[in-house]
Design a protein around this ligand. Structure first.
Ligand code: NDP
Length: 299
């Protein structure tokens, strides 16, 4: 971590502010390209939503609004809950062939009668802005350029924004999902951190966490990472989003890290909400913009 950030013990990392910075960077850079080449088409993101899930509808609405705010065109495809597998796959194939589409996002979860893996596998890897195809996961594993999952990219962007030095540092990631834990571990490895990837069978998890210079929590267990699991001066990134009820039965969101005691020991820490959460949409826009530039050869 840079000296300036290191001096501020317990710094609360403002994910909303960093996400705004990322969006502003895209907006400004895109506006510059379009001003210089008026015939250039704008980047396009296609969002596919199958069914009525209210949370998914809200996520999709937010993603579309975020696209518009930076100048990315969105194509919204809403299919009924009982849509057949073949129809979803036909739509994905059509979007793969659509020149105006740089990114394809299939909102998960899909209804239970749909084989999600088969749908995701169809997405053109160069339009796979969620980074979930086996090709992009493989590219990440072997260190080739590709499109990588948005939440892990958001974690890396937060660390970069805080100028956290990763080279030779011990990074501990708790959680090994294909969506978060594994890609975060690979991205940290790509920045020359020494990475330990933990999961539900890891022994002495508290001691492993205590040895971390950078601790990334992505296990989906409310407040599981205790304050005294944090090495004094460590940087803590809490990916967890857990809905819990307070004593009055009122719902609220909390992370995987017991925030207050952890913040007392960490040099910097993300809150929940307002930490990693806002970064995910920002990195989706960033992936769409990157895909557009690669596809049109814009430098
Ligand atoms: P998954 O449920 O897919 O994976 C959870 C991982 O945590 C698994 O690898 C599991 O281990 C591990 N784990 C579970 N319990 C323990 C335990 N007691 N000790 C150690 N490891 C444990 O979750 P996701 O990766 O999809 O998500 C993780 C969290 O991040 C969730 O809270 C989710 O809501 C949040 N999230 C936040 C996003 C954001 O935008 N901020 C985006 C995506 C997710 P094992 O493999 O052994 O079962």
């Amino acid at each position: 971590m840079g000296t300036e950030a290191m001096n501020k013990a317990g710094l609360r990392i403002d994910g909303k502010a960093v996400a705004e910075k990322v969006k502003e960077r895209i907006r400004t850079e895109l506006a510059g390209h379009l001003a210089g080449q008026p015939n250039l088409r704008k980047p396009g993101l296609a969002v596919v939503l199958v069914g009525e899930d209210p949370a998914s509808r809200t996520y999709v609405k937010n993603k579309i609004a975020a696209c518009e705010a930076v100048g990315i065109v969105s194509f919204h495809h809403v299919l009924p809950q009982d849509t057949a597998q073949e129809a979803v796959q036909e739509l994905v194939t059509r979007l793969n062939n659509d020149e105006n589409v740089d990114g394809i996002l299939v909102q998960l979860p899909l209804p239970s009668h749909i084989n999600s893996r088969a749908v995701l596998a169809l997405i053109d890897a160069d339009k796979d802005v969620d980074g979930l195809t086996a090709i992009n996961q493989g590219r990440l594993a072997i260190g080739e350029p590709g499109l990588f999952p948005c939440t892990p990219l958001g974690v890396m962007e937060l660390l970069a924004d805080q100028q956290v030095e990763l080279k030779g540092k011990h990074a501990v990631v708790v959680g090994r999902s294909a969506l978060v834990g594994k890609p975060v571990a690979l991205l940290l490895l790509g920045k020359d951190a020494t990475v330990t990837l933990c999961h539900s069978r890891t022994k002495d998890l508290d001691a492993v966490c205590r040895s971390a210079d950078v601790l990334v929590a992505a296990c989906g267990r409310a407040n599981m990472i205790k304050g005294d699991w944090v090495k004094p001066g460590a940087v803590v990134i809490d990916v967890g989003i857990n809905r819990v009820e307070d004593a009055n039965g009122k719902g609220r969101l909390t992370g995987d890290v017991d925030y207050e005691p952890a913040a007392a020991r960490a040099s910097a820490i993300t809150p929940v909400p307002g930490g990693v959460g806002p970064m995910t949409v920002a990195m989706l826009l960033s992936n769409t913009f990157v895909s557009w530039k690669r596809r049109l050869g814009v430098k």
